[in-house]
Ligand binder design. Sequence first.
Ligand code: A3D
Length: 321
Amino acid sequence: SMPRPKIALIGAGQIGGTLAHLAALKELGDVVLFDIAEGTPQGKALDIAEAGPAEGFDARLKGTNDYADISGADVCIVTAGVPRKPGMSRDDLLGINLKVMKAVGEGIRVNAPDAFVICITNPLDAMVWALREYSGLPHNMVCGMAGVLDSARFRHFLSVEFDVSMKDVTAFVLGGHGDTMVPLVRYSTVAGIPLPDLIEMGWTTQEKLDAIVQRTRDGGAEIVGLLGNGSAFYAPATSAIEMAEAFLKDQKRLLPCAAHVDGAFGLKGMYVGVPTIIGAGGIERVVDIRMAKNEQAMFDKSVEAVKGLVEACRKIDGSLT
Ligand code: A3D
């Protein structure tokens, strides 16, 4: 019989714990929770394992402070680092989290070089780039989660505005995961009906749509402001699990994520949020969609912001090339 897939979660904080719970509930595989904090991953793993009998899932969970335990992982989801506090931008985390990516990248390189790696640590586009550099894994096996979450936020707001099931609302948010992210109104639909048509049909107004686009861009900060300590974790974890599942089950889902783009969108070898196909081959394809002039201008601005963050990483660690 086939062994269960092994899912390694690097970082057992708010998102890491939620990832472990979701992976177990969905029986995606056995879970190893790793953290440098002693006791936290062990405690969360045991607590979730003890939910197994009531929920009825079959999955083994282990908490650890030893990278050797992630050995042979099929998927690694990385949340190690620090989150934002109110008033902070994602970019303020760069210095601290770059050091964390170095340690995590080495841990993955040595122990789980065949894994599909999904980075969540912020600032996302720069951290996934650094993690790929430090781990040395193939580019198609390292990606970042942001677009699925940003699109989910957009879809949620739209489904409330239209009073329709969110199952029928599709949306696309591309670009870097920051204030310059690009919600693509033209590619966002209710069961295939594009948002501009829905304005003409009187379902909403341009003003309301503009406000929803802005709320989507500020979606992370809205939660940070409400929570008061820490950032969003339920929706970020759920979004990363959707990506892990696409890989483990070879679903070939079309999902926006931070992927290595080399050629598509006129870009030369950089990580940024684009539509991708995720299957057993990891990031199997980058989908080079056509953008309108104003969309392209927003995307270009976002790309420049990401390039600036990557430059900042290189300044901190001269070994990054
Ligand atoms: P938090 O609950 O603080 O968990 C982070 C964990 O990382 C803690 O348990 C730390 O002990 C652990 N850690 C720190 N350094 C190391 C290390 N070197 N090795 C292993 N573990 C370490 O944060 P969180 O889970 O709420 O958020 C995690 C990250 O995700 C933050 O950087 C957030 O900014 C980011 N985040 C990204 C998104 C995206 O959409 C991209 C959304 C929400 C949060």
